[in-house]
Write a protein that binds this ligand. Structure first.
Ligand SMILES: Cc1cc2nc3c(=O)[nH]c(=O)nc-3n(C[C@H](O)[C@H](O)[C@H](O)COP(=O)(O)OP(=O)(O)OC[C@H]3O[C@@H](n4cnc5c(N)ncnc54)[C@H](O)[C@@H]3O)c2cc1C
Length: 293
């Protein structure tokens, strides 16, 4: 199938892009890398009146570090972020990005586009949730900052308005004593995950200070939980991963609420989540204690 007819505009300033969205009166769609939007248009699952291509908008293409924050602009591709040394300051991006589709897709697909698309099985929304990233959103009434926890509103749904643009995402850079883990199970490399986890543990002098786990592919949006108590008590055991398993079984029952599909039932995804969560929390704990990120 082919998309229905649409108008195409390519503004060069953010103000003009916002004006174009306002003029489209709810029927405008932002085009970033097009790696999700174009298939959606081709299948006629979306019929926008106007595509607002943001790739020529000045000032959206930077990766910048300011103190403890890494800011990634709206037109930065996933491949640029993967290769950028500055982005290495956020080790979870380095762990997760190679699992976002294939390299060819990542050379067009943007970091912010993946967040705005909000696929429940996508890796980057889970990274943003686990790290407590903040999204910068611009619209006709000005700019606002939205924490990832308030950004994802459901499957393929965010709190961005139809006349707003995500202009950047801010990730906290890794702090001293932080360790991370990432794993997913997909039918083939490059597919969306059946279930996946992102983990973060921070410790000092052998003591666990805080720990977070995020599941993806297991609900209608990334699900993040504070697991500091669970990791702190497992950290005292010789086999931390085994000690974590009892806790992650309980967590899986609470966190994994997808109805399941032809690729995997809810019970199967619960098991995947429980096994991966224990393994990746143990890995993050080891890295945190070894000062390895
Ligand atoms: C075969 C295939 C496999 C894939 N596998 C994976 C995978 O394993 N994991 C994964 O995460 N993704 C996967 N993807 C999706 C891919 O990563 C996309 O690049 C990404 O989801 C969207 O980024 P984009 O820049 O291409 O956005 P686009 O396709 O241009 O836009 C996607 C949506 O987000 C909106 N949008 C984009 N940018 C903004 C913005 N700045 N502000 C507000 N709204 C915006 C658009 O209007 C549109 O609704 C796959 C895609 C394909 C075709």
């Amino acid at each position: 199938m082919k998309p229905v007819a649409f108008a195409y505009v390519r503004p060069t300033t953010l103000d003009d892009a916002i004006d174009e969205l306002a003029a489209a009166a709810g029927s405008g769609k932002i085009l970033a890398g097009g790696q999700s939007l174009l298939p959606v248009l081709a299948m006629r699952l979306s019929r926008p009146g106007t595509l607002v291509d943001i790739n020529a908008v000045a000032g959206l293409d930077g990766i910048d570090r300011a103190q403890e924050t890494l800011r990634i602009g709206a037109t930065v591709t996933q491949r640029q972020a993967e290769r950028d040394r500055v982005a290495a300051a956020v080790p979870l991006l380095g762990l997760a990005l190679p699992f976002v589709g294939h390299r060819e897709l990542r050379s067009r697909g943007t970091v912010c586009g993946s967040l705005a698309h909000a696929d429940p099985g996508a890796e980057l929304p889970a990274v943003a949730s686990c790290l407590g990233a903040t999204l910068e959103i611009a619209g006709p009434t000005g700019r606002r900052s939205v924490p990832a926890a308030d950004f994802f509103a459901g499957a393929m749904t965010t709190t961005v308005g139809p006349d707003e643009i995500v202009v950047a995402v801010n990730f906290p850079v890794a702090a001293a004593g932080e360790g991370f883990g990432f794993a997913e199970i997909a039918r083939r490399h490059g597919d969306f995950a059946l279930a996946g986890v992102v983990s973060r543990v921070r410790s000092a002098q052998g003591q666990v200070l805080d720990a977070t786990i995020t599941g993806f592919g297991v609900s209608d949006r990334p699900v993040t939980r504070d697991v500091t108590g669970l990791v702190a008590s497992a950290a005292e055991k010789t086999d931390s991963e085994a000690a974590l398993r009892a806790g992650t079984d309980d967590l899986a029952r609470e966190v994994v609420n997808t109805v399941g599909d032809g690729h995997g039932s809810r019970a199967y995804r619960r098991r995947l989540f429980a096994v991966l969560a224990a393994r990746e929390l143990a890995r993050a704990l080891r890295r945190s204690r070894a000062g390895q990120s």
